[in-house]
Design a protein around this ligand. Sequence first.
Ligand code: SF4
Ligand code: SF4
Length: 193
Amino acid sequence: MNIREFSENLQNIYQEMSNCFSDYQKATGLHCLEGCGKCCHNPEVEASVLEMLPFALKMFDENKLEYWLEKLEDPAQDFCLLFESHSPDHSKGQCGDYQNRPSLCRMFGVAGHFNKYREATLSICKYIREKYPELSEERGKQATEENTPMLVTWSYRLAQLDPALIQNRYPMNQAMKMALEKVALYAQYQERP
Ligand code: SF4
Ligand code: SF4
C-alpha cells in the first residue's frame, strides 16, 4: 500500500470515528461547549506520525510543505500549531484542519473505556461534565460496551490498518513535522521525475 492509499484508508476510518462519536454526543446530550478550544490548547495532546499523514499530504498538494516545515522548525507555542485561536487566553477557537485531525481529537469529549473490573465506564471532558453534571452522572450509569463508543474498539481499528498508528505518539507539533518530512521524502522518490 502506498502512502496515498494508506491516507485514504485512514481518512475513511476517521470519518467513521467522527460519525460514531458525534452521534453519541447528540444522542446523550453531552455536547462540547460552543466554540470551545480548550483541549487544543493543551500541550499534552499527542498523535502518531502516521496519523498526521492526511494533513501532511494535503499540505504537499497545496504547495505548503516548506511553509509548514519552516513554521514547525522552532514553534513559538507548545500546543498544536493547527489551532486557530479566537480569544486571548486561547480557550476559544477551532481546528485549522478539522477533516484531518488525528484520533485523540475525535475522541476527547466523551468516550468509553474499561475499568479494572472490565466494566464500560464513561470518560467525559471536565468542561462538559461541569456544564451537565446530572446528565453526565446519568449517562455514566447507563454506559455499556454496546451503547458507548469504546476507545479500545477504535484503537483496534487503527491498529488493524497499521500498528504504528497507535504506537509512538508525540506532541502534536512534533508528529506534524515528522509526517511532513515523511511526505517530503516520499514525494522526492515517488511522485517527481
Ligand atoms: S489537530 Fe485540530 S483538533 Fe487536534 S489539537 Fe490540533 S487544532 Fe485541536
Ligand atoms: S472536549 Fe472539552 S475541552 Fe475539548 S472542545 Fe469539547 S468541551 Fe472543549
